[in-house]
Design a protein around this ligand. Structure first.
Ligand code: FAD
Length: 410
């Protein structure tokens, strides 16, 4: 019997333990353990909905404890802090600060990434981030009073990638909806981007359509604007312009946590991602796999797998299949990322999508449904179609009976 320890229960890690638990845990052939500090899983691409008060925690958050029990893996609530490769042991720290150790035969690291402030002065002190459900909840606690207050209030969002765009659009939609209940309050949103277009990592024609949709919602989009410093209530640009706001959010770029660079000599890149080969195995240790945002995984064309939810999900499915081969003594197959396109939600009922290698750009409510389907596919792997269908129906009923936004009537 082998012991497979997966660290991080996000988009990649949770799908992996679900598949491994069902394949091996159920028959007690191998021991599957998930190490994760949080009590609940929230699908990261929806964190902006927590910050905007539109996420349904009751229906769409997953309890690790319950999920582990139903899918035959063990859940250890702790954070990994260090590694000893010689003894194949992890050091863990729980929420009370107590240390413990855990041994493994195979280790999978899937601890994701966080925002990159590019060492811009003042950002960590004066901006809010959306890197975890806790941070998203803290953001909502500060945004909610602004949405309810009389008069015009200002919010700046730095970074017009998927996170910044989706957050700006969701908040604009909530603010517009709230004005139906409470006249005289307004949230003015400014989206700031250093490059010359929104969604700089996406196709150009998509950027144009998304920018138009954002501006139609009343969002001010500032491209070619590099923030040089953040201060209390203001951002200072490279040209010395001051952008004043009641709240400032930072959603630009990603990097991995610093502790990944201290893992018993494992190789990392300048973003602190762990370097792996095409099989997702660490370049220095075959017993250690890395996947999702925390991996730098090379592709046959010389590029690297992008830090996206769809890449994390594909890698998890691939690695689950490879473990079956590995444990039978067969050779591993390389992970080839298949780019399924990009869908960006611009508010609750509109999305823009680029499919078929950017040859097809679609937009509208239908594309918004496609965006929701991506989340439902993730849930399908965690629960199966029966429960996902029930969740979709319940959500529709709740939406019909309840107001749009959870803080809107009190
Ligand atoms: C607001 C937002 C919107 C996004 N929108 C999109 C989108 O529209 N499309 C898209 O493709 N991608 C999007 N992304 C990116 C996508 O969410 C990530 O690429 C994806 O979640 C990466 O999966 P992962 O499993 O590598 O990491 P994560 O999903 O981040 O999971 C990492 C897990 O590791 C845990 N962890 C962290 N440190 C430790 C530790 N020391 N020990 C144990 N566990 C630890 C965390 O608690 C977390 O559960 C978005 C990201 C954000 C933040």
């Amino acid at each position: 019997m082998s012991k497979i320890v997966v660290v991080g229960g996000g988009a990649a890690g949770l799908e992996l333990v679900t598949r491994l638990g069902r394949s091996f845990g159920r028959r007690d052939t191998h021991e599957i353990i998930l190490v994760e500090p949080s009590t609940h899983h929230y699908w990261k691409p929806r964190l902006h909905e927590i910050a905007a008060g539109t996420f349904d925690t009751e229906l769409d958050a997953v309890s690790y404890l319950q999920h582990a029990r139903c899918n035959d893996y063990q859940y250890v609530q702790a954070a990994m802090s260090s590694l000893d490769r010689t003894t194949k042991t992890l050091q863990l720290r729980n929420e009370n600060g107590a240390e413990s150790s855990l041994d493994y035969d195979y280790l999978v690291i899937a601890v994701g990434a966080v925002s990159n402030d590019f060492k811009t002065p003042g950002v960590s002190e004066h901006c809010l981030f959306l890197d975890s459900s806790l941070q998203a909840q803290l953001a909502w606690e500060q945004i909610n009073p602004l949405l309810r207050a009389e008069g015009k209030h200002h919010l700046s969002i730095v970074g017009a990638g998927a996170t910044g765009v989706e957050l700006a659009a969701e908040l604009a939609k909530v603010s517009a909806k709230l004005q139906c209940y409470r006249h005289g309050s307004e949230l003015a949103i400014t989206l700031i981007e250093a490059s010359d277009r929104v969604l700089p990592a996406g196709p150009e024609c998509m950027s144009e359509k998304v920018q138009k949709a954002l501006e139609k919602q009343g969002i001010t989009v500032r491209t070619n604007t590099r923030v040089q410093r953040a201060e209390a209530g203001k951002l200072v640009t490279a040209e010395g312009e001051i952008i004043v706001a009641d709240l400032q959010m930072w959603a630009a770029g990603i990097k991995c946590a610093e502790w990944l660079t201290q893992l018993d000599g494992l190789e990392t890149n300048r973003l602190n991602q762990l370097k792996v080969d095409a099989n997702l195995q660490s370049t220095l240790d075959d017993a250690i796999f890395v996947l999702g945002d925390s991996a730098e995984c090379p592709q046959p064309d010389g590029s690297f797998v992008p830090p996206l939810a769809q890449a994390a999900n594909q890698a998890a499915g691939h690695l689950a299949r490879q473990f079956k081969r590995l444990l039978k003594g067969k050779a591993l197959k390389p992970f080839i990322y298949n780019d399924g396109g990009m869908v960006i939600a611009v508010g609750h009922d509109y999305a823009v999508g680029s499919l078929m290698n950017n040859k097809l750009i679609l937009r509208g409510r239908f594309v918004r449904n496609l965006y929701d389907t991506i989340f439902r596919l993730h849930q399908q792997i965690l629960f199966g179609w029966g429960r996902v269908t029930a969740l979709v129906l319940l959500k529709r009923i709740k939406c019909a009976l309840n107001p749009y936004y959870k803080g809107n009537i009190s």
